[in-house]
Design a protein. Structure first.
Lengths: 68, 470
């Protein structure tokens, strides 16, 4: 994966969020984003088509095992 | 003034009901202790002296009239300063909300009020609950009663310090990535991260609406169980809360662990432990084995990945919640919180949604690998001994990710999975600070966790030790 450029992060911040980042902050942020992007990319491969967010609650019920 | 510190919460409630002491005496004693400890611990953000004494007087009058208000009749509590109470300033540990006065009261506070509890104070916390240390650049750092040079853990820092120092008998905290369990472990307390959906979050400051949970910190398992029972249950004001029977705290608490299965993880959770913490963890396993539990090795899958996904969810949701303040008054955030919020603005929407969508798949996989095989998995809360304030006061520097990451490492994945986790005191490290473990169970299986925790507590009695000078 190509390393995210600090200037790209700065322009995103300006355009999308109206934030003004210093070049140093943008560089640090690019590093953090790169790390999380790599982890997210690995996870994404396991994502099936029909995995909508509410499925979590159905799975939770399935594993719910209290002996009240 | 009588020394009440040998009572736990359940014991004090019984003593008040039996008229061995009055609610007013309990409240005055605790208020005096809160005031006396404040210069050393800095754990209080707002003291509610007049209201608490008025409520205590009302409780005493009711009892004189033959009426018991509830299971917490006259019991002094205090809570993290993020639970809204109508008409009271709720700072959320921030400069931005220094003067915020909500017009409604959190469901958890209303439930505790209805049970007869007194709220004596609003307690210290990390700014906007976004930090695991107990540091706060606006109000000063909270101090651990076992050693004021060391962190309390956070973000429910004041809850940990105040209960450990016997200033109050229990406290609420919130847990989005370890914020109940970490201060519980570092201050030598029992703390519960509740199942997602167990406790209403109405009127509680949000950090991450997907991962936020509310839970109690207390000195004993039975105290923690009673508080959980009272605050649990569906709430029309919070549609994410579930109608699941509240755990009956007295039900199976003393049933022991013979015949139950406990899991020891073979990866991730035990990484990063040193010889000292590993030895304390092993001793907990040995104790459970001696008590009759069957110990199995389990392999929780993809936890590194889960931790990263949790970080994405928290960052994106926190950034969205704080967006307007962040743009309009960034200087009013501490450097660390500002730096942590910043990253959340830069995750693409698809990455965030993928992280949310993947929760089901990861819970399913964890269920098959762990929950299907054991009643609970045993993990440390922190893999390392409690660090000092100086070592963790990293602000928003380059060391921040690694320092904070180590503190939340064993806790944050459990929030992503939405599971309950009970933190328990499990001995002391050489620096004199408590060490804690967590029991991670099936969704809504808090009662089983209390039973397992109580068996260990009864055997070891760590909860009887008190911080020097308190």
């Amino acid at each position: 994966m190509a390393k995210l450029q600090a200037e790209t992060v700065r322009s995103w911040a300006r355009a999308a969020q109206d934030l003004d980042l210093s070049p140093e902050r943008a560089a640090a942020l690019a590093d953090s984003l790169d790390r999380l992007a790599a982890a997210a990319a690995a996870a994404r491969r396991a994502l099936p088509f029909d995995c909508e967010p509410a499925l979590f609650w159905r799975v939770q019920r399935r594993w719910q095992g209290d002996e009240q | 003034m009588r020394d009440l510190s040998e009572y736990d919460l359940v014991g004090l409630a019984a003593a008040i009901r039996n008229k061995e002491l009055s609610a007013r005496e309990a409240a005055e004693t605790c208020l005096a202790r809160l005031e006396a400890a404040q210069p050393r611990l800095n754990c209080v953000l707002r003291l509610d002296r007049e209201d608490a004494l008025a409520a205590a007087a009302a409780a005493d009058a009711a009892l004189a009239d033959g009426r018991v208000l509830g299971p917490l009749h006259g019991v002094p509590l205090a809570h993290k300063d993020m639970f809204y109470r109508a008409g009271k300033v709720v700072t959320c540990g921030s400069r931005i909300r220094r003067d915020f006065v909500p017009d409604h009261t959190a469901t958890v506070l209303r439930r505790l009020d209805a049970a007869g509890a007194l709220q004596l104070a609003a307690l210290h916390m990390n700014e906007f609950a976004y930090g695991p240390t107990g540091h706060n650049a606006h109000f000063g750092h909270c101090r651990n009663p076992w050693s004021t040079a060391h962190i309390t853990g956070g973000s429910s820092s004041g809850s940990g310090a105040a209960v450990a120092a016997r200033l109050v008998f229990g406290a609420l905290g919130s847990d989005t990535g370890g914020s109940v369990r970490i201060p519980a472990a570092l201050c030598g307390l029992v703390g519960l991260k509740t199942t997602s959906g167990r406790v209403s979050r109405y009127g509680a400051m949000p950090l991450s609406f997907t991962l936020d949970t509310i839970g109690p910190l207390a000195r004993t398992v039975r105290d923690c169980a009673l508080l959980t029972e009272i605050i649990s249950g569906a709430d029309p004001e919070d549609p994410t809360s579930r109608e699941v029977p509240a755990p009956r705290w007295a039900g199976e608490l003393e049933a022991g662990v013979r015949g139950l299965k406990l899991g020891v993880p073979d990866a991730y959770f035990l990484d990063g432990m040193n010889a000292e913490t590993q030895s304390l963890y092993d001793a907990v396993v040995d104790t459970y084995r001696a008590l009759g539990a069957e110990i199995l090795t389990v392999s929780p899958p993809a936890i590194e990945e889960i931790s990263a996904l949790a970080a994405i969810v928290i960052a994106a949701e926190a950034a969205a919640i704080h967006g307007n303040w962040f743009r309009e008054r960034p200087q009013d955030y501490s450097e660390q919180v500002r730096t942590r919020l910043e990253i959340g603005f830069h995750h693409p929407a698809t990455r965030y949604l993928e992280a949310v969508m993947l929760r089901a798949r990861h819970l399913e996989a964890f269920g098959r690998a762990v929950l299907d095989r054991v009643d609970a998995m045993l993990a440390p809360v922190l893999p390392i001994p409690t660090p000092t304030i100086a070592d963790t006061d990293v602000g928003g520097s380059a060391a921040m990710d690694a320092t904070l990451g180590l503190l939340v490492r064993c806790c944050r994945p459990i929030n992503y999975l939405g599971l309950p986790s009970l933190a328990l005191p499990a001995g002391f490290t050489a620096n004199g600070l408590p060490f804690g473990v967590q029991l991670i169970g099936r969704p809504f299986a808090e009662a089983r966790l209390f039973r397992i925790g109580r068996a260990y507590e009864r055997e070891t009695e760590w909860y009887k030790r008190r911080p020097p000078g308190f």
